[in-house]
Design a protein around this ligand. Structure first.
Ligand SMILES: NC(=O)c1ccc[n+]([C@@H]2O[C@H](COP(=O)([O-])OP(=O)(O)OC[C@H]3O[C@@H](n4cnc5c(N)ncnc54)[C@H](O)[C@@H]3O)[C@@H](O)[C@H]2O)c1
Ligand SMILES: O=C[C@H](O)CS(=O)(=O)O
Length: 475
């Protein structure tokens, strides 16, 4: 472990060593490639206190804009370095890693622009009898100290989706990245320092998720929790946060409909791309595909052709399409769910094999909603296909889910597209693309067990500010 770098906690603008450390593994080779500090309660309290103290020196919207713009630029300049780290700690193929870094820089850029657009509105209180001489307007003020807790799968861009808007809105952030992919988040400390962010505005605490989560939740100086991760942890945070603000971006078992009038080749290409990206470890990854019965054979054949040529292996190679899953345990879980589905009557069209932590991109047909691969979130490279005969039937199937983040629909019929837009219960419907379409300025967030609140800097800023009414008595 001679060349292994150890990262401290980032508190009040300095690196802090801790008694205990944890290993970060290269997800493909399983070698230790870095070590992170493991925080104790006093570190968390110190970070929150420093974050609160930093708020005493407010930053103007233009200062926030400047800092975030510089951070975006610095991230772009270090794209190769960040991409390499994402390959190592996530196991994400290098081409996807580069895309994540580009998107993270865009998220910071959009946040910078939004910092200049935060505004209240005039409120016509003078229309109330007796208030003729009054004038009112709202201000949007920062919430204060925000705790941001993030998942392993998109560990740079999803951190930027929290830190960017929070800083744009004038808050301080205490960030707790996922244990197994903490390094790219820690590297952001250098980016923001270089960009001129005052000490204390961004604190980064690493270590055990449930302990740090509880210490943050116990600290009443944290005024908001913004969480992306599993439904289980999201519910815990919601229970423990009390009356404080909570934004939750949770899981999904995303559906995509391929209707009989769809461009079948386009649908097969996009379902393949968006079902197996990041080995399916994407919250809007295509999981349930509903194909009209009249085109199902042709669609399945095309999807098979596209899937069987995907190359699985070393994520550092330019030619690799699918890298390892985040752990052997996760790959074994996916394998057991697929095997169980097969025992229940599903058929493997392609895939269904595991090599260590790498699980082959897998297409199943004849699936149904009693199978885990349909009704639970797979979070792995598995796409299950079911057929349908009527549009009302397929809308009911899509809605037969505890989740509601995004869905996709391939159809050329505008009327059906609009019917789906009104009736499918999701935060976002993507027409003529698969469920996993996201660009960083759009409102993004789910309903049902997929969470509450929206991301996308303009929308997250709404969540991360309080609306204050100012009423002037002019008489
Ligand atoms: N909706 C979205 O935008 C979105 C995006 C990415 C991932 N996800 C979801 O994230 C999940 C996969 O990510 P994961 O495995 O990292 O999720 P996870 O819930 O296990 O972990 C997420 C974060 O929570 C922390 N944590 C763990 N226990 C905690 C506790 N008791 N209190 C507070 N924090 C705690 C972890 O350390 C980590 O930082 C999937 O369900 C996926 O759908 C959702
Ligand atoms: O995992 C879910 C992510 O939010 C999807 S994306 O990487 O932001 O497109």
């Amino acid at each position: 472990m001679g060349n292994v770098k150890t990262y401290g906690l980032w508190i009040n603008g300095v690196w802090r060593e801790t008694e205990n450390t944890a290993n970060i593994y290269d997800k493909y080779t399983q070698e230790v490639y870095a070590q992170i500090a493991v925080a104790e309660k006093q570190h968390v309290d110190e970070a929150v206190a420093g974050a609160k103290e930093a708020l005493k020196m407010p930053l103007s919207p233009y200062e926030r804009y400047t800092i975030l713009s510089k951070a975006a630029l610095a991230l772009k300049e270090r794209k190769d370095e960040f991409s390499y780290v994402l390959v190592k700690e996530v196991g994400k193929p290098i081409r996807e890693a580069r895309t994540e870094v580009e998107r993270a820089a865009q998220t910071l850029e959009i946040s910078a622009e939004e910092a200049k657009r935060i505004h209240g509105e005039g409120v016509p209180v003078e229309a109330a009898p007796g208030s003729e001489n009054r004038l009112a307007f709202t201000l949007r003020v920062p919430v204060g100290v925000i705790a941001a807790i993030t998942p392993f799968n998109v560990p740079l861009n999803l951190v930027c989706h929290k830190v960017g808007p929070a800083l744009a809105a004038g808050n301080s952030v205490v960030l707790k990245p996922a244990e197994v992919t903490s390094v790219c988040a820690l590297m952001l400390a250098e980016i923001f320092t270089e960009a001129g962010l005052p000490a204390g505005r961004l604190q980064i605490i690493t270590g055990n998720g449930s302990k740090i989560g509880d210490w943050l939740l116990e600290n009443e100086d944290v005024r908001m929790f913004t969480f992306t991760g599993s439904e289980r942890v999201g519910k815990l945070i919601r229970q423990k946060a009390g009356i404080r603000k909570v934004a939750l971006e949770l899981g999904n078992n995303s559906a995509t409909i391929v209707h009989k009038d769809a461009d079948i080749k386009q649908a097969a290409t996009l379902v393949c791309q968006k079902g197996f990206n990041n080995a399916g470890q994407v919250c809007i990854s295509v999981q349930r595909v509903y194909v009209h019965e009249s085109i199902s054979e042709e669609f399945i054949e095309k999807l098979k052709e596209k899937t069987e040529v995907l190359r699985m292996g070393n994520p550092l190679l330019e030619t690799t399409d699918i890298g390892p899953m985040i752990s052997l345990r996760e790959a074994e879980r996916v394998e057991s769910w697929v095997n169980e589905a097969v025992e229940q009557g599903a058929e493997i069209v392609v895939g269904g094999k595991r090599n260590g932590a790498c699980y082959a991109p897998t297409v199943l047909k004849n699936v149904n909603n009693d199978m885990k691969v349909c009704h639970q979130e797979v979070f792995g490279p598995v796409v299950g296909i079911e057929t349908y005969s009527s549009f009302d039937e397929v809308i009911a199937k899509v809605n037969d889910s505890d989740y509601g983040l995004q869905a996709g629909l391939f159809t050329k019929d505008l009327n059906l597209a609009m019917k789906a837009a009104k009736e499918i219960e999701v935060g976002g419907l993507i027409i003529n693309d698969a469920s996993a379409y996201r660009v960083d300025q759009m409102p993004y967030g789910g309903i049902k067990n997929s969470g509450t609140g929206k991301e996308g800097p303009a929308y997250a800023i709404e969540e991360m500010t309080e609306e204050r009414i100012i009423v002037m008595n002019l008489s």
